[in-house]
Design a protein around this ligand. Structure first.
Ligand code: ADP
Ligand code: ASP
Ligand code: MG
Length: 415
């Protein structure tokens, strides 16, 4: 007998028929003798609908109130799934995060889980009940409901699995695993049987929305065996076959694993670039520019400072497109103090990254990447690298072209 956490995403919970299928699948695992905790997302489109509703009334919405609204989608899902299980003869009980002690900080709309009290869940499991817990949310120290950011049910599931010391966390979604790149962009993208935790972390944080980045962090920090697999197969398929399907996040770079130099390509369409022109080149420039941006709670990603000419320099950085206008406002408000001559921005840029632990032991990946983009006449605006990834910023118009060309040149479709 094992304790297993299942997570089902929005598409998987997208209609009452799909919810009934989820119930059949969960019942199959329970029938096999396992203790099961299920963490569903809101039905597909529901979180978007709730956020749009809020914005019709107040824009930008108050973050605390927005979370109060956005968290309701998952509450509907858990109860429907519990009912679907009861309807097929299973003992099941649903909870909102706060009812099972999921504590977060107070960063509304992007809260972090701080602790989970497993007592009530363990008690239910011992009574042979299937426990269903809302994804995406918890409560802060003042009992305010807080959500974990878009895609946050992944993080709820892995965090709950960590707290319960579950044997495995199975992330059921609308693709049958983690691919070399988003299969919606490259049709011959290939499913990976394994991906190392480090690669998955890079892929997620560089824009592959198949898993929320923080869920991968939890999986790594607590060594939770985590697998991404399809919810769209026959729910009554052979359990052993299902249990070994999809993509396993592995913690060791063992020898059996696919040893490609590049494992995947991630991209983020929604970037924006800001250049601060003509700043006096003296100690503290970066601090004076990025200080006000950080104070506005805006995350900065890539950064370049140019060589100075006549004591003046230009400083360029990227932010998420959602934060673009606010970043410009924050800088304009400090123009006198920073002493820049003008601001130039471009909110139509995308970032593409190639990721692979094999890069540690291979040279020439960067030059091959840059040559491929040059051959497609795609201009690179910024570059950043780490030990296992290379990212470039390009015009958003060429994003898909670039991903396809790179996928091909690194032969990612090949086993
Ligand atoms: P869920 O609702 O189940 O959480 P998401 O939409 O959040 O599902 O994540 C699954 C989607 O992630 C897929 O439909 C796919 O388009 C996208 N995706 C992006 N990059 C990848 C990748 N490398 N491998 C698989 N899917 C990816
Ligand atoms: N329902 C939330 C969202 O749409 C959380 C999730 O699906 O993971 O972002
Ligand atoms: Mg998701």
């Amino acid at each position: 007998m094992a304790l297993i956490v299942h997570k089902y995403g929005g598409t998987s919970m997208g209609s009452t028929d799909r919810i009934k299928n989820v119930a059949r699948r969960v019942a199959k695992w329970h029938d096999a003798g396992h203790q099961i905790v299920v963490v569903p997302s809101a039905m597909s489109g529901e979180t978007n609908r709730l956020i749009a509703l809020a914005k019709e009334v107040q824009n930008p919405p108050d973050p605390r109130e927005l979370d109060m609204i956005a968290a309701t989608g998952e509450q509907v899902s858990v109860a429907l799934l519990s009912m679907a299980l009861q309807a097929i003869g299973k003992a099941a009980v649903s909870y909102a995060g706060w009812q099972v002690g999921i504590r977060t900080d107070s960063a509304f709309t992007k809260a972090r889980i701080q602790s989970i009290d497993d007592k009530r869940v363990r008690n239910d499991l011992e009574q042979n009940r299937i426990v269903i817990i809302t994804g995406f949310q918890g409560v802060d120290d003042d009992n305010n409901i807080a959500t974990l950011g878009r895609g946050g049910s992944d993080t709820s599931a892995v965090a709950i699995a960590a707290a319960l010391k579950a044997d495995e966390c199975l992330i059921y979604t609308d693709v049958d695993g983690v691919y070399t790149t988003d299969p919606r962009v490259v049709s011959d993208a290939r499913r990976l049987k394994n991906i190392t935790f480090e690669e998955m972390l890079e892929m997620a944080s560089l824009g592959s929305k198949v898993l929320q980045t923080r869920s991968v962090e939890f999986a790594g920090n607590y060594r939770v065996p985590t697998r991404v697999l399809s919810s769209l197969t026959d729910p009554l398929m052979d359990l052993a076959e299902e249990a070994s399907s999809g993509t396993l996040i592995s913690f060791e770079e063992d020898t059996d694993m696919e040893q490609a130099v590049i494992s995947g390509i991630a991209f983020n369409r929604d970037e924006a670039k800001i250049t601060v022109m003509g700043v006096p080149d003296r100690p503290g420039v970066a601090y004076h520019i990025l200080g006000p941006v950080a104070d506005a709670n805006i995350e900065v990603d890539m950064i370049i400072q140019n060589q100075s000419v006549d004591g003046k320099t230009d400083f360029t950085f990227t932010v998420s497109r959602n934060d673009y206008n606010r970043a410009l406002e924050a800088l304009n408000a400090q123009q006198a103090q920073i002493g820049f001559s003008s601001l130039v921005g471009d909110a139509k840029v995308s970032k593409i990254s190639v990721v692979g632990v094999g890069m540690r032991s291979h040279v020439g990946v960067a030059s091959q990447m840059f040559r491929t983009l040059a051959e497609e006449s795609i201009n690179i605006m910024m570059i950043s690298t780490s030990e296992i990834k290379i990212s470039v910023l390009i015009d958003e118009k060429y994003m898909e072209l670039a991903v396809r060309a790179l996928h091909k040149v690194f032969e990612l479709e090949k086993e």
